[in-house]
Write a protein that binds this ligand. Structure first.
Ligand SMILES: Nc1ncnc2c1ncn2[C@@H]1O[C@H](COP(=O)(O)OP(=O)(O)OP(=O)(O)O)[C@@H](O)[C@H]1O
Ligand SMILES: [Mg+2]
Length: 391
């Protein structure tokens, strides 16, 4: 990658308060989040990486076996073995949506009685884990809190896999809409103002809420839901306000998105769709990272060579393995065919990256990270990715 592009990525972690890593499933969002956080820590920043599901081995190698909903400082000593001495601090937390939602109730409930009524309500469990948008809302809330605390120079947010860039951005208002929806309000008002209305309930039998809550009898459900909403409703306005604040934060100058993708054409198309969606919401996209690009380490001339030449080169190798002529020829053929396949893959990937560059606005930096032969589960691995992106 050219040097000014590397500068672009450096500027990103230096200047922004929040970097959101987004993209399709399995492309490397969590790995990238760790790497961006590491770079900022190397530069002396105090960084928080809010992650979703770090691979256990990656968490282990960072000394963070037991990440939870509170920030934990990572031990960066190990990086000295790979020649890196971070001047800053790297903290990480694993977003636990249920715990975040409980915290929210703890904070927002006006008094202890209301708090207990909500947390002990039998519908709360369902509400806090299954209702669409609750989880993302809790994550957004947590991000907002971390940003407002002023404790961090940079917050890197890892996101769950999604094909819609705005799921996360829209979560707070979706949740507010859900709890203010007609179905909820209907039950709420009926029960509050007209007393028992068990019959009416069955006419709503097809509604999403009621279907999911089928384990309760009609009257039980109404009572439970009514009590729940009565205590929960006053918090709705808070949701709405927060939804607006989170949106302002995510679309403001403090925040930028880094879209992670792979050279696979289908994934690349998802990523550009994502980019368009972010653009139409006026969310800044600070860069693209194309991960798992097959590097071009063989030249056509190498597999155009006669098999005998390759077999002869194998014979010259100073290794402890005895091969007879036919084994050497077989191995040479396999090597040649592997090299040819690799060459084709590398060319396809290079073309895909070009295509991506052509589709994006010129000022969006695109970094590529090679497809390593092993998963990135060690400090060495993280540092190699870091050097690819930042030089
Ligand atoms: N360039 C690479 N070369 C080899 N392995 C990689 C590379 N990038 C990531 N990996 C490995 O691929 C796996 C998936 O990466 P990661 O967990 O970062 O993806 P993700 O986008 O967060 O996935 P999910 O959508 O499931 O959250 C991990 O085991 C990681 O170590
Ligand atoms: Mg992930």
């Amino acid at each position: 990658m050219s040097s000014e592009r590397r500068e672009d990525f450096l500027e990103l972690v230096r200047q922004r308060d929040i970097v959101v890593c987004a993209g399709s499933g399995g492309v490397g969002k969590t790995t990238t989040s760790a790497v961006l956080g590491l770079q900022a820590a190397v530069e002396g920043q105090r960084v928080l990486v809010m992650t979703i599901d770090p691979a256990r081995r990656l968490a282990n190698s960072l000394g963070a076996e037991s990440l939870d909903n509170e920030p934990t400082q990572l031990d960066l000593e190990g990086f000295s073995e790979v020649g890196v001495r971070p001047d800053g601090e790297l903290w990480a937390m694993m977003l636990d949506m249920k715990a975040s939602f409980d915290d929210l109730v703890e904070q927002r409930a006006p008094d202890e009685e209301t708090r207990q009524k909500i947390l002990n309500n039998r519908l709360y469990e369902y509400f806090s884990t299954s209702l669409a948008g609750t989880q993302e809302y809790a994550a957004a809330e947590r991000l907002y809190e971390a940003h407002s605390s002023g404790d961090w120079d940079l917050i890197v947010l890892d996101t769950p896999p999604t094909t819609h860039a705005l799921d996360f951005l829209e979560a707070p208002s979706r949740l507010a809409n859900a709890v203010e929806s007609k179905a909820f309000q209907w039950i709420y008002e009926k029960e509050l103002f007209q007393g028992e209305s068990g019959l009416g309930l069955f006419s709503m039998g097809s509604s999403y809420v009621l279907k999911t809550l089928g384990k309760f009898t009609g009257t039980e459900l109404l009572q439970e839901l009514s009590v729940f909403l009565q205590h929960f409703s006053p918090m709705f306005q808070g949701f709405r306000d927060r939804a607006r604040q989170v949106r302002d934060l995510l679309t403001g100058p403090e925040c930028t998105f880094v879209v992670v993708t792979s050279p696979d054409p289908h994934t690349r198309e998802e990523s550009t769709h994502f980019y368009d969606e972010l653009g139409s919401e006026r969310v800044a996209v600070g860069g693209f990272i194309v991960n798992r690009v097959h590097p071009r380490w063989v030249d056509q001339s190498e597999f155009d060579r006669p098999v005998e030449d390759i077999a002869a080169a194998i014979a010259d190798l100073d290794v402890d393995v005895e091969l007879d002529d036919s084994e050497r020829t077989q191995l040479a053929e396999r090597l040649r065919s592997n090299a040819a396949s690799f060459y084709v893959l590398a060319r396809k990937d290079a073309r895909s990256v070009e295509q991506l560059r052509a589709e994006l606005s010129r000022d969006i930096p695109v970094a590529t990270v090679p497809f390593f032969s092993q998963d990135i589960h060690s400090l060495t691995g993280l540092d190699r990715v870091r050097r690819e992106i930042f030089g």
